[in-house]
Ligand binder design. Sequence first.
Ligand code: ZN
Length: 165
Amino acid sequence: MSNYPDHRIFGFDELNRLRANLYNGPGHPEAGVMYSWVWASTSSQLAYKLAGQWEQPLNEDEFDVLEQLEASNGEASPFTAEVKIDCEECGGTGVDPGGLNAYEPEDCRVCHGAKRMTITRNDLWEAFAITSGQSDRPIERQHLTAMDAYSRQVLNAYAGKLVAA
Ligand SMILES: [Zn+2]
């Protein structure tokens, strides 16, 4: 049972480093449960780390997929969206929470009284963080959509490689 290859899902973390997520293979007691993370800044480094730390060297197809991801790293992620949320500094009041004079409130130093702030949300990062237990926010539809689209992208990269072979 132990020589099933582990499944890997590749992607990026918040710092734009390449990341491999390792899963237990089929037949293992907890098949499909994510159990490890490996990060590196290049596909070669990631391959080296996987081989050294986990005794699971990348096969050629996986390496090609990683190189494609690495090459597309500079492009805008299809999983990001600009969203407006309540200002996190003032909680959406628009008033400086550290202001000393309650009768003459000062504008919040972050939103300058606008009460809202724009953040770049990455549904894929959030989905990875939630499934790995690094975030306890509830999983929502956009996370599943991002995961689904991302899985298709990775599968297509593999399929393209098979067709080309
Ligand atoms: Zn504010």
